[in-house]
Design a protein. Sequence first.
Length: 695
Amino acid sequence: MFSKILVDLDQNPFSDKVKLPQEVLNDLLSSGRGDVFHTTKPLLFNIIAYDSLGQKLSSATVGVREFSLSEPQAIQIPWFIAFKMGLLGLLDRDKVAIEWELDQSVPNGTSVSLEPVGRILVENILKSPMQYADEARVDENFSDAFVKDEFLLKSFLEARLNNAITTVYENECLLLSTEPNGESSQYLYKFKIHDVHPAKIVCVVNTDIELNIIQSFKVPNHPDEFARNNTKLPLFNNSISADVKTVDIGLGSTVDVSIGDENIYRISNLKDVELEITRNDLNEQFQLVVGHDDTIDIDCYSHSTNEGFSRTLDTDVNSGTKIHLPDLEEVFMKPVFYGSPDLPSFSFTITKTETSEPSNLPAGSIECPHCKSIVPQSAYTLHELHCSRSTKQCSLCNKLFLHTKMIPTNHWHCSDNHPLICGDTDISRIRHHVLYHEVKKCDLCACELSNTISLARHKHNECPMGKHYCRFCHLCVSRGTPTIESKYYGMSPHEVSCGMKTVECYKCKKTLKRLDMGRHLEMHDIERKTKGNATRLSLCNNINCCQTKKGFFQNKQGLCDTCFGPFYTTNDDPDEALFLRKLERKYVIQMSRGCGFTFCKNKECKSSGLSSLTNMADIMRHIHEDLTSLDNRKYWLCVDEVLTKRKILADTYIDIYPDEYNPLWVYHAVNQVSVRNLDSLQIWLKENAISNEEI
């Protein structure tokens, strides 16, 4: 029994893992209980609190953080456990003792259903803990955007349940810190546990759990609270507006942007692609910032159109600012405005990078050397005469100025420690000086950078205090201070720590680090390609069948075992005379009487409704002339309902995706999947087949 109870308020206050003395570990090893550590489940203890009179106060099932306390009679419990057991007030005025016992009866959880309640300021709950014992009491309701983002919610819960919490109870409230391992944070997130399986209390460590999010609507305490709570996405205390949407755009699309547009635009599968502003004002106050995730902002990005300059000015409207986009799976772009723009709307487009090869002009057309436009040959003389007077080109930057008699007097250039950039107004020149030629200090880590562009890249790519999405847990967290290990792996310290956790390969069930999963799956992909290239598939020659075989079928007719079964004979048939007689009889029955099944899709069967022949003489002529030639190894035999449905599914996939896979692979796949639909077919092909692009 522990007579000295310590409450952890500093290191991991919002966890359920206690610290115990070394003597407890020695007792476990020498108690004869067997190897209690020989299991994937963590050690669980049931701790019972007693008052000075020996009366039981409360109990809780907890995990163990470490056996490190030097005093044999001491136990350190997190603040959350003391709050949960109702010991916070008693420890100050009464003598409380805690008894412990090993609890091996708690099963691994299979599913947990919980409801997001709201968030609590840590300083408030530490001052008045009993006020928050009510399951509905929170300081702020979650925003609608946060509650509806189920992927973000589940990623957060999976990460925190794995490293801060060991067990959860049905019908209790769960308080989760926004920091890992139950460390102290500014806010706690409160969830109501509605249902757990397979027991009333389950272990949530090292087990696959199905998380179910229960949505509910809460009436705010104050009229303005709903609006206030919906202006921020509160999970990570950042400044992302709940109204910000991520809009997917495609190659070649032109996007119109109005003043105040806060949308983030995303484009996928990029290679040799460039971003071009096609409409901007004279001061070029509309720009786009670019990055590898949606944390981009006016001072946080990896690329920006500020690095380029407009190529054409036509009556106070600039256009042609281009930058090359990085070759990534996804690129995010956000419009930003410097000052008050002079136009009501702006636009940009995504196109393939132009090659240096000359383009073929339409017949009868000429490219104007002044404005670079394509002009019909019949109108070229008049166009060239007018254009030579109203178009000017800067000899230094080659920018075109249309419908003007002179280059603007405020036109400027700068190439000081960067590629050439130009502009046409004092406002754009001052902005350029601020962006490129003023030393800046990071407001997060106090690091000093040479200019704003470098500062933005620092924040987006390497700032220790900057937010980024972990590639493993998918949470938006701080990167952390770089270490030798993180530099070696080319990851943030958080990602290295997260990547050291083990997971099971969904293909071979091998346990390995998350860090190694990418390379491990690449080996599986190489194995897939090797096996796929070595596989030779044969398709049954029955037009209505979809069965395949690795190698070749054993009969001359190239039929699968199912289709060849009715024609099998033990007699020698070198000239296939016996086969042809049986085949003719089979066709006669199909076309005169039918197979009798309404699901039949055989065009040479009466039951399918696809055969138009009714006269026996016409049927026999069609069979002899078209269906029983040994030169044409194609057959039209009826098959059962299972094969009919498989064939329809395979043909549907081939019609929808005609160029993705060889039809032989599709027919082979439809016989391998257990759940037969287009999605499962696509998944099997991706995991096992060779696509046409890989041949």
